[in-house]
Design a protein around this ligand. Structure first.
Ligand SMILES: Cc1cc2nc3c(=O)[nH]c(=O)nc-3n(C[C@H](O)[C@H](O)[C@H](O)COP(=O)(O)OP(=O)(O)OC[C@H]3O[C@@H](n4cnc5c(N)ncnc54)[C@H](O)[C@@H]3O)c2cc1C
Length: 481
């Protein structure tokens, strides 16, 4: 007779808890952190967790703004040491990597081969595992969809240590649910993704100043078919007829024949910006210069000056891919301007039919509460087929709110009011950016069928519910926190 393995005897050394911070610094958990490097290690940890009622949260680069990769009641598996590039096929553009490989490692590997990741976030520090779990979108979402659409295959370890190969045709249900499944269904092992061929190391960027929100939407609608990337910055302090004013950046791939530095522009060293500002000030100290402006009057001024400068120079210019995609990374620690407080991002996705009125109402409500986003970014989106997708046929606005010891309750009260507007406008939220979503709101914004399917899959793939994060507990099992 086959004897069942005695899983209780599996030993695991659990390290002392360490403080793990959300990217926006508004949440943390004190959790033991394990850093697995192999499938075998992962399997053993899952076995131990199943038999000892231990809860596991995966963590990639820790770039989610809120509590998506924190775990107050269990351990964190930091996947960043699981980071090998496994194979590369220049003919097909398909690269296979372990899920702890970062977007930075990916682009630095591929650009010299003339390829770029098909979808990147505004920072290069997320891992591919984290990127798939949230199904990240880029400034090209309107054209190419989220990152999941470019994944050709991945291997996935479920809670019982079983490894499943998933693609758009094989184990399709898991493919479309694990991508967007915010780490709750299992662990991405290796991921194959098709990279995008780029004609040169540069893009042509055209800045377009925008007087108000309706102009912003109209301009995006006019330009998107002829753009590779489009992103709008919005001055959230502007009121009345100027609500939604800002600046759009349109980016188009530059043919090699028009790139004065081709092929040198494809070298990693030529994509990376200088580490010093004006050749003197190390960029890591630049946030200190922004610190005096980290308040409502200061940010009102910064946003106003940025808006005016948009009119001063509308001349197209050339920019490297990394510089355009990851501009914020080149001001290291910029989030420290929120210290000694922190920040949350509130990103809402609104269908095109209701978008204009919805965003105007959101900005008006913020202004009435005198809690105004220091930074607001506008993008165009298209719908996709992933189970818990955040995308819509419409637009998103990502808004950075400062959080201090004194204003925290007011910020939460405000976003709860904004939630009502978003629900009314049939909008959606995004777990990667979320810090405030409540179960009753999630139930209204995600289709009932999708939630039901997600819960059934969770039960099937993780029957003991070992995969949990603070975000999952907040939104999906609130009574058990
Ligand atoms: C400055 C900045 C700009 C950003 N811009 C964008 C943007 O333009 N578009 C966008 O879509 N997002 C953007 N983001 C959000 C970011 O891309 C996502 O939060 C992404 O998921 C972060 O990946 P990560 O590796 O840091 O994962 P973490 O934040 O550590 O974790 C994210 C989720 O992935 C899960 N996870 C991690 N690894 C694995 C694995 N191997 N298997 C299973 N689950 C796993 C975690 O449990 C968690 O649920 C931005 C973030 C920052 C800080």
């Amino acid at each position: 007779m086959n004897k069942k393995p005695d899983t209780k005897s599996i030993s695991l050394t659990i390290p002392a808890p360490e403080k793990v911070l959300a990217w926006g610094m508004s949440h943390f958990s004190k959790s033991p952190v394990l850093r697995p490097e192999s499938e075998l290690e992962l399997k053993r940890i899952f076995e131990y967790a199943n038999s000892n009622k231990l809860k596991i949260a995966f963590r990639g680069g820790g770039c989610s703004y809120g509590d998506a990769s924190l775990n107050k009641d269990g351990i964190i598996l930091d996947m960043q040491n699981y980071n090998q590039i496994m194979s590369w096929d220049k003919q097909t553009g398909i690269i296979k990597v372990q899920s702890g490989v970062t977007i930075q490692k990916l682009w630095e590997f591929s650009i010299e081969e003339g390829f770029w990741p098909p979808v990147v976030s505004g920072t290069m520090f997320p891992t591919l595992g984290g990127a798939l779990s949230m199904n990240i979108h880029g400034k090209n979402n309107f054209a190419v969809g989220p990152i999941g659409e470019h994944v050709t295959e991945f291997r996935f370890m479920t809670a019982n240590g079983k490894i499943i190969r998933c693609s758009k045709t094989s184990n399709k249900d898991i493919f479309y649910s694990a991508i967007s499944g915010f780490g709750m269904l299992g662990c991405f092992l290796d991921i194959s993704i098709k990279l995008k061929k780029i004609p040169s190391g540069k893009m042509k960027i055209t800045p377009v100043p925008i007087a108000n929100l309706d102009e912003m939407i109209a301009c995006i609608e006019k330009e998107y078919k002829s753009s590779d990337y489009l992103v709008g910055w919005v001055d959230a302090f502007a009121t009345g007829k100027s609500t939604g004013r800002g600046l759009i950046h349109k980016a188009v791939h530059l043919p090699a024949s028009e790139d004065p530095d081709f092929p040198e522009s494809l070298k990693v060293k030529n994509q990376i910006l200088p580490t010093k500002f004006l050749g003197v000030i190390p960029k890591k100290f630049m946030w200190l210069f922004l610190l005096p402006f980290s308040n409502n009057p200061g940010m009102r001024l910064v946003n106003f000056v940025k808006f005016i400068l948009g009119y001063v120079s509308t001349k197209p210019y050339l920019q490297g891919h990394a510089e355009f995609a990851f501009l914020l990374d080149y001001v290291p620690n910029w989030k420290f301007i929120y210290k000694p407080g922190s920040m949350i991002q509130y990103q809402v996705f609104i269908p095109k039919e209701t978008a204009s009125g919805c965003f105007k109402e959101i900005f008006k409500t913020c202004q009435e509460h005198n809690i105004i986003p220091f930074l607001a970014v506008f993008k165009k989106h298209r719908p996709d087929q992933f189970l818990l997708t955040h995308s819509v046929d419409g637009y998103s606005m990502a808004m950075d709110f400062p959080v201090t010891g004194r204003n925290k309750n007011k910020v939460w009260d405000l976003v709860y009011k904004l939630d009502e507007i978003v629900i009314r406008c049939k909008g959606k939220f995004y777990f990667a950016k979320d810090s405030t979503l409540r179960p009753e709101v999630a139930e209204k914004v995600f289709p009932k069928e999708s939630l039901k399917k997600f819960k059934a899959l969770k039960k099937r793939l993780d029957p003991n519910n070992i995969f949990q994060t603070d975000l999952y507990k907040r939104i999906f099992t609130p009574s058990k926190t």
